[in-house]
Design a protein around this ligand. Structure first.
Ligand SMILES: Nc1ncnc2c1ncn2[C@@H]1O[C@H](COP(=O)(O)OP(=O)(O)O)[C@@H](O)[C@H]1O
Ligand SMILES: N[C@@H](CC(=O)OP(=O)(O)O)C(=O)O
Length: 450
């Protein structure tokens, strides 16, 4: 099946019955879509995450009720709700049981098990929406094929096994069915439920596309494609019609939420075209991401990632002494701390870490590493920073790039600038509070003349 299209519908696209019906229109209009990957209905994963944070059962139960409301609102709009009522009831009962049984703190395995319910509920409902529209919708449990390691909260997909499992379990179903499966979730080799990390359904779709040798992976969302920056930040953001894998991957890495950062890795391995469009306005076109593109402009987009921590490690004693950086990075590596940007001088190194949206837990998690660093260095930590990335082509060697940046932002206090290491990005840090205005100003300067 060389023309296979895998279509992924995000949380807002399956938020309610009407949204699901619009997705069904897209599927019915394109017979090559044989595999549909759905996210949880909008808001459901956040409620599931909240459940695992509350120690009080009453508060957990209030979150559960929110999920039940969203689920039943779809169920009650179906023509034949009875067809799936028992499946939905079973899922909701199992979730309620986990909430009632949960102790004061959930383990990683329990958290992933709980978070899996969003996609498991939406996929059952969505398959029925398809059947009621005359398509052969079949709900398939992604955990049968999406094999990961046992890193709960950020399972690492096992590519070879996914491919083997897909060939046996999933491929044979595609000829006669429109298979609906869950994004975001997987299972380890002893059958424990895992998740791929927040926003991971895009990655699921690309991994399944790779395993099934799909021609195209479609990402249907709430914007009509990938824009020159997050359209919520400026009304001057423009939709990009065509973009290369490497540029789009940089955008995703540096915070363009429209794509999970790992999505393009499987697509690049197999050279699978990726399309991003709006399930609300499919007729509006979208963005094609491909290996070869007609144009590679110097400035392509601006991405923003909030909640960054800047750590500066300084040791005058290390002047002319070898091994300073090795020692610093060895400590960070032993504590499994992943570093994003780095700048160095002979006696100091400044680096940024992504807090992943949980400042207090993050601060506690890096403290042991900081204590080790303090044993031989001065260490300063600054939080509340945003990383802004200008994405483009040949940025490391093009004349005038830093001039364009500094001229536009002369009044802004930029905390760390990384330029030259990548031909596709130029990054810097600003205070979180300044970030939206900086992106807007920079966008105006780099893109309005074009
Ligand atoms: N460069 C960008 N282009 C388009 N959307 C972007 C960009 N950067 C950030 N976004 C945001 O990504 C959102 C879509 O991603 P997400 O909310 O994860 O969708 P879904 O739930 O469909 O997966 C958009 O609403 C938009 O605000
Ligand atoms: N439901 C998961 C996975 C996901 O990808 O969602 P979305 O497609 O709505 O970003 C989350 O909220 O993280």
């Amino acid at each position: 099946m060389s023309k296979l299209i895998v279509a992924k519908f995000g949380g807002t696209s399956v938020a309610d019955f009407d949204a699901m019906s619009r997705c069904a229109d897209i599927i019915l209009a394109e017979p090559a879509i044989r595999l549909v990957v759905v996210s949880a209905s909008s808001g459901v994963t956040n409620l599931l995450v909240d459940i695992t944070k509350h120690t009080d059962v009453t508060e957990r139960y209030a979150c559960y009720q929110g999920i039940e409301r969203i689920t039943l609102a779809v169920l009650n709009r179906l023509q034949q709700p009875d067809t799936v009522a028992a499946d939905i009831d079973q899922l909701l009962s199992a979730l309620k049981e986990l909430i009632e049984q949960g102790g004061a703190v959930y383990s990683g395995a329990h958290k992933d098990e709980i978070q899996s319910f969003g996609e498991r509920l939406s996929s059952v409902l969505f398959a029925q929406v398809l059947r009621e529209r005359g398509a052969a919708g079949l709900c398939f449990d992604a955990r049968r094929v999406m094999r990961t390691d046992s890193r709960f909260g950020k399972g690492e997909p096992q590519i070879t096994q996914i491919s083997e499992l897909c060939a046996i379990q999933l491929q044979p179903l595609l000829a006669d069915n429109v298979v609906v499966t869950q994004g975001f979730i997987g299972a380890d080799d002893i059958g424990q439920t895992t998740t791929l990390g927040r926003g991971g359904s895009d990655y699921s779709a690309a991994l399944l596309g790779e395993a099934l040798n799909a021609a195209v992976v479609q990402i249907w969302t709430d914007v009509v494609g990938i824009f020159t920056t997050d359209p919520r930040l400026t009304d001057q953001a423009r939709c990009i019609k065509e973009i290369s894998f490497d540029e789009a991957a940089e955008m995703a890495t540096f915070g363009a939420k429209v794509l999970h950062p790992a999505t393009l890795i499987p697509a690049m391995r197999r050279n699978i075209g990726v399309f991003v469009g709006s399930s609300r306005e499919p007729q509006a076109g979208g963005t094609w991401i491909a290996k070869e593109v007609k144009e590679r402009p110097p400035y392509r987009a601006i991405a923003l990632r909030k909640a960054q921590t800047l750590i500066t490690v300084k040791s005058p004693a290390m002047l002319h002494a070898a091994g300073f950086l090795t020692r610093v990075f060895d400590i960070l590596s032993r504590h499994q701390i992943s570093v994003d940007l780095v700048t160095t001088s002979e006696i100091s190194v400044a680096l940024t870490l992504d807090e992943g949206g949980m400042s207090s837990a993050f601060s506690a998690s890096i403290e042991p590493a900081l204590a080790e660093l303090r044993s031989f260095c001065e260490v300063s930590v600054e939080q509340g920073l945003s990383l802004i990335a200008v994405i483009g082509n040949h940025l490391h060697s093009s004349k005038g790039v830093t001039g364009d940046l500094f001229n536009t932002l002369e009044r802004i206090n930029m905390r760390l600038i990384c330029h030259g290491a990548s031909k596709h990005n130029l990054c810097f840090l600003v205070q979180d509070a300044d970030a939206p205005a900086v992106v807007k100003q920079l966008h105006q300067s780099l893109f309005s003349a074009a």
